[in-house]
Design a protein around this ligand. Structure first.
Ligand SMILES: [Zn+2]
Ligand SMILES: [Zn+2]
Length: 556
């Protein structure tokens, strides 16, 4: 029985390029997961889009003298280009700027309003007397009321990841001019989170399959008690509040952006020609996964579920496998200090698979991990080139030279050969269990151990030495090794889709890796191989110094 899997991926703000922290945190993991499930024959829908609203974009537009719309379109195009080059296989990557998204957001807003889960109240909003405007979320900075770190914003503290209201900030300042804001009365709508407190707590307590960090963080937050939150703002850029008398006010970006998961599904259904098809990923037997960075956990484990509970008849998240952070060369990533590796820069200089490899084998699943250029070069040269690539290359070359490029017929397998085949089958089963539970790091490690083991097997059998005196034994060893390669192209496909597809073709298979399913497909005797070429290229040690020197400099 095939399963239905919905994969919602964090919506990146269209206010700047993506960096490796984004990729390791929220974009590579869902792609691995989607490719794995598709290979299993499951029905997958993976959606996201660029978040075109909110103050990060209006701030950027003001800095660059452009309109927010121009900024959003520019980065949306860049995201699409990056996904294609890095192989992030969205079924739909849309944006929050569509009429469809506005319609779905307004429907949720009005439904929750009618049911009493949204109410009106007068609040004091920060207003800058110098700039003569209300200051929404990110236009206010100050000290966090929870952890006392400076530089918390009016929507969230990056240090402790807690949502913050502007009025709670200690020593608030206008981000545009530094003036201390006044607080002025303004009428706004609130989401009644307090109404969901007990249901949320009971629901979260049942999610024992969640990652420990996600579960504990959410429980601690819920146990402190929830506060109702304003979901509209005095801002022109966004989805206008769909009621008369609220001109100049928009739905607040965190309320509206999470609705993107649902609106994107509806857009996908419309373009498929079956408008009602969205239901198959939101109602009934479907598991919904939300891949996000750790700074986004509470929006997906409390606020979005509360909205879904209030709307009633849509599935709650099944899992929210949030990753921890990636540091760069031992230091916390910072976009303002340009202590970051930007994805478009990386993709302009290197192949996608070596990056996917490093970020997978060193994924910040249970704690922060570090990216360094030295490790990038080392893992590429020692593991991708010397272990996996070399195994592929020597097997394919030997078969190509000695057996006319055709898969040779195996003789009887001795116990050593049988063990290697059994381990290959076992690896797929082990990885199946790990990938299903979103344990990506362990999964790729077991594929790489199989490659190592097969290298040892080849050294032991030395088919190149015995080709003259015992052609059959040589053929058998190479057949076993070809079978492992066939296994590895499947096992590594979710992680390294580009090189896996090339290996699939070198082995003489037609179509694509996904079509062959999550199983060990023995290459048929007599199948014609393609002339082998190296799967990976060695990288020069010199790039370590060159790339490291770019960090912290001026980014152009
Ligand atoms: Zn804090
Ligand atoms: Zn100001």
């Amino acid at each position: 029985m095939s399963e239905r899997i919905f994969i919602g991926v964090a919506w990146p703000y269209a206010d700047g390029p993506l960096h490796l922290g984004h990729i390791a945190g929220a974009y590579l993991p869902p792609d691995i997961f989607a490719r794995y499930h598709r290979t299993k024959g499951n029905e997958v829908l993976m959606v996201s889009g660029s978040d075109q609203h909110g103050t990060p974009i209006t701030i950027k537009a003001e800095q660059e003298g452009k309109t927010p719309g121009e900024i959003a379109v520019q980065y949306h195009q860049q995201f699409l280009d990056s996904w294609q080059k890095l192989g992030i296989s969205f079924d739909l990557f849309t944006s929050t700027g569509t009429a469809n998204h506005a319609e779905v957001s307004c429907d949720i807003f009005l439904t929750l309003l009618n049911r009493g889960y949204i109410y009106k109240a007068t609040v004091s909003q920060p207003y800058c007397p110098y700039c003569r405007r209300f200051l929404p979320d990110r236009y206010v900075e100050g000290t966090c009321p929870y952890c006392y770190s400076s530089g918390a914003r009016g929507d969230q503290c990056d240090e402790c990841s807690k949502p913050v209201n502007p009025v709670e900030l200690i020593d608030p300042r206008c981000r545009l001019c530094g003036t201390t804001p006044q607080f002025k009365d303004s009428e706004h709508f609130f989401l009644k989170l307090t109404a969901f407190e007990d249901r949320l707590l009971a629901w979260v307590k049942q999610q024992t399959h969640w990652r420990q960090n996600v579960l504990n963080f959410t429980l601690r937050y819920l146990e402190q008690g929830l506060k109702d939150r304003a979901i509209t703002r005095d801002i022109e850029w966004g989805i206008p509040v769909p009621l008369d008398g609220f001109e100049g006010k928009c739905l607040y970006v965190w309320f509206e952006a999470v609705i993107g998961y649902l609106s994107a599904t509806k857009e996908w259904a419309k373009s498929s020609g079956d408008e009602e098809k969205w239901r198959s990923f939101w109602q009934g037997a479907v598991k919904s996964y939300y891949f996000i960075g750790k700074d986004n956990i509470l929006f997906h484990t409390t606020i979005w579920p509360a909205m879904l509970m209030g709307y009633d008849d849509l599935n709650l998240p099944y899992d929210v496998p949030a990753n921890e952070f990636l540091t760069i060369e031992g230091k916390r990533l910072s976009t303002s200090r340009n202590w970051a590796v930007w994805l478009p820069d990386y993709l302009s200089r290197y192949d996608p698979d070596p990056l996917r490899y490093l970020l997978s084998i060193n994924m910040p699943e249970t704690g922060d991990t570090d990216f360094s250029w030295r490790e990038f070069v080392r893992r590429n040269n020692d593991e991708l080139v010397a272990t996996y690539g070399n195994l592929v290359n020597r097997v394919l070359t030997l078969v190509y030279r000695n057996f006319d490029g055709l898969v040779p017929a195996a003789g009887e397998l001795d116990s050593l050969s049988q063990n290697v085949i059994d381990d290959a089958k076992e690896t797929l089963i082990t990885m199946d269990g790990l990938l299903y539970r979103c344990r990506f790091r362990e999964a790729i490690r077991s594929a790489m151990s199989l490659a190592q083991e097969t290298n040892r097997y080849l050294d032991e059998k030395s088919p190149w030495k015995i080709i003259k005196q015992d052609r059959q034994a040589s053929a058998t060893a190479l057949y076993v090794a070809l079978s492992v390669l066939s296994c590895l192209r499947t096992a590594l496909y979710p992680f390294l889709p580009f090189s896996s597809q090339r290996l699939h073709e070198f082995l003489g298979f037609k179509g694509n890796v996904e079509g062959d399913g999550w199983q060990l497909h023995f290459p048929p005797t007599g199948q014609r191989l393609l002339p082998p070429e190296p799967l990976f290229s060695k990288l020069d040690e010199g790039l370590v110094a060159e790339e490291t020197s770019r960090l912290g400099g001026v980014h152009c």
